[in-house]
Design a protein around this ligand. Structure first.
Ligand SMILES: *Cc1c(COP(=O)(O)O)cnc(C)c1O
Length: 360
């Protein structure tokens, strides 16, 4: 009898993985996934409804997404001479990049803790992952990174700027030194750009091995799934060969292009989130025993005594955030909350105060 079970046929490293876990959030104040809490204005929603009704769903999408790319160029201030590659979320672009450089023995370099998909996608495609620990204050350990570059000669390096789950921007000069010293491609993941303001887009001309990645997910269109890589055509032409032909569907192309014509709406929402962020941070900073970390993103990382208990207490009170305790030694007793509407943030802060150990 041939042994054709999953145990023999599925690669060991895949069976050892645990699937990316998305908890059931129905009925909760949902502050776990860095989503924009605001809906679009009614007139824009009506316009999107009409576009969806008229869309040619019987046809394949434009494989080059020409109209959408034009809108993106304007909305993102893509530097002249640079090209765009679109993905079904930036997750797909991370996978395309990892597949493209995946020679035997090739290494993907990242920092730890950072966005879990860098390591997970490396494992899925069979790339070796090397993670260099951040300093205790979550800044880059540049000497350690340069040593890792020397030792492992990474084909691909990912730096999230600002970083997730820590929320901070790294020192741009340290990032520049890393890019300059890297023998491989360096991707700056700017998923939280709308909340940080700093970008490496203007440095694309300076570094031939640099690509910048953005997404519409944190800006307010997580449900559409649209990510983009920005950089030199010489890279994007090669990466485009790994992209499945119709990865950005008809509705995403049309609806995203329409919303981008009114990108001021999304920018206004991002500004409201930034202003709420300061208020939540100020409220957290006066709660005894809570230590909130500085943030340039739409979420706040904080340390609480007995984080598991606090997380459970919040959940019992109808508020879902992210428990990072146990995910990395540097994140012991850490929780991450996405900034929501003023009402949601109020409910979070009330539930937090009630969930702290000394409350009883
Ligand atoms: C949320 C996040 C993304 C998201 O990717 P999409 O697939 O575009 O939704 C990418 N990078 C980082 C660092 C993130 O936190």
């Amino acid at each position: 009898m041939p042994d054709n079970s999953p145990q023999t046929l599925i690669r060991d490293e895949i069976r050892a993985l645990s699937a990316y876990h998305v908890p059931d959030s129905r009925g909760f104040v949902k502050l776990d996934a860095m989503e924009n809490p605001y809906r679009l204005p009614l007139d824009l929603r009506a316009e999107l409804g009409q576009l969806a009704a008229d869309a040619s769903l019987n046809r394949y999408p434009d494989p080059g997404a020409h109209r959408l790319k034009q809108q993106l160029r304007a909305a993102l201030d893509v530097p002249a001479g640079m090209d765009l590659l679109l993905g079904n979320g930036s997750d797909e672009l991370i996978q395309i990049l990892a597949l493209a450089v995946n020679r035997p023995g090739a290494t993907l370099l990242g920092v730890d803790p950072s966005f879990v998909m860098f390591r997970m996608i490396a494992t899925i495609v069979g790339l070796r992952y090397v993670g260099v620990a951040l300093r205790p204050d979550f800044s880059l350990d540049l000497p350690a990174l340069l040593a890792a570059v020397q030792e492992h000669r990474p084909a691909l390096t990912f730096i999230a700027f600002p970083n997730n789950p820590t929320g901070n921007l790294f020192d741009p000069e340290a990032v520049r030194v890393l890019i300059g010293a890297s023998p491989g491609l360096v991707v700056i993941d700017e998923a939280y750009h709308a909340f940080a303001g700093k970008s490496f887009l203007a440095e694309l001309h300076r570094f031939p091995n640099l690509l910048v990645m953005r997404t519409l997910s944190k800006l307010g269109l997580a449900g559409l799934r649209l990510g983009m890589l920005i950089g030199r055509a010489e890279w994007l032409i090669e990466l485009d060969k790994l992209r499945l032909p119709y990865n950005v569907n008809v509705l995403t192309q049309q609806l995203a292009a329409c919303v981008l014509e009114r990108v001021d709406v999304l920018e206004g929402q991002a500004a409201a989130i930034r202003s709420e962020r300061s208020k939540v941070l100020a409220a957290l900073s006066v709660i005894p025993d809570i230590r909130a970390f500085a943030t340039d993103a739409n979420f706040i990382l904080f340390r609480a005594p007995s984080a598991d208990t606090v997380f459970g207490g919040l959940k019992a009170r109808g508020v879902l955030i992210k428990n990072l305790n146990g995910s990395h030694p540097a994140l012991t007793d850490c929780l991450r909350v996405t900034v929501g509407t003023p009402e949601e943030n109020g409910r979070f802060l009330d539930a937090l105060r009630q969930s702290l150990p000394q409350h009883a």
